[in-house]
Design a binder for this molecule. Structure first.
Ligand code: FES
Length: 169
């Protein structure tokens, strides 16, 4: 083998080596760009202890799940019971997505009437989230959740949520 040939081989091998390393780095970079960002992964779920977040019966609390308002209402004993209530011990909750099913406004709670009223076109929902007046075509939508004790994970589909989906208000 001449000196010229072995030099060419060396340059050729070096080129292959550099190319391979470059390809590995590129693949790594591509994979990073395909993977969801950590903030997106974490953004899929909202975890909270319902007992700590909702203390006063009859006054709904709003938590946020994937940028959406979620109404959590601890029902008073006077409020109508439904099979769509989340029951934990002796407590009954309404747990719904706080977006009007007509055109997507956010209804506000009216404490005197114990209803959510949508300011956009006057739609009304009772304390169970059932549409009772105006243009909304259906009750407030349920939010997927799972539960362990009093800790809820919004974004997971637990057995209670699956049961509630079958209930017609
Ligand atoms: S958007 Fe709520 S009643 Fe129209």
């Amino acid at each position: 083998m001449s000196e010229k040939t072995s030099r060419r081989d060396f340059i050729g091998m070096s080129f292959v080596g550099v190319t391979a390393v470059g390809a590995i780095f590129s693949l790594g970079a591509m994979k990073k760009s395909w993977d969801p960002l950590p903030s997106v992964l974490a953004g899929g779920f909202t975890t909270f202890d319902i007992d700590k977040v909702v203390k006063v019966a009859g006054t709904p609390v709003t938590v946020v799940w994937r940028g959406k308002p979620i109404f959590v209402l601890l029902k008073t004993s006077k409020m109508p019971k439904t099979n769509r209530d989340l029951v934990i011990g002796a407590k009954r909750y309404t747990l719904v997505i706080g977006i009007c099913t007509h055109l997507g406004c956010i209804p506000a709670w009216e404490p005197k009437r114990e209803i959510w009223k949508c300011a956009c076109h006057g739609g009304e929902y009772n304390s169970s989230g059932k549409n009772i007046f105006g243009p909304p075509p259906r009750p407030l939508d349920l939010v997927p959740f799972s539960r362990k004790g009093t800790v809820l994970v919004l974004g997971e589909t637990g057995p209670e949520y699956k049961k509630m989906l079958k209930v017609k208000l």
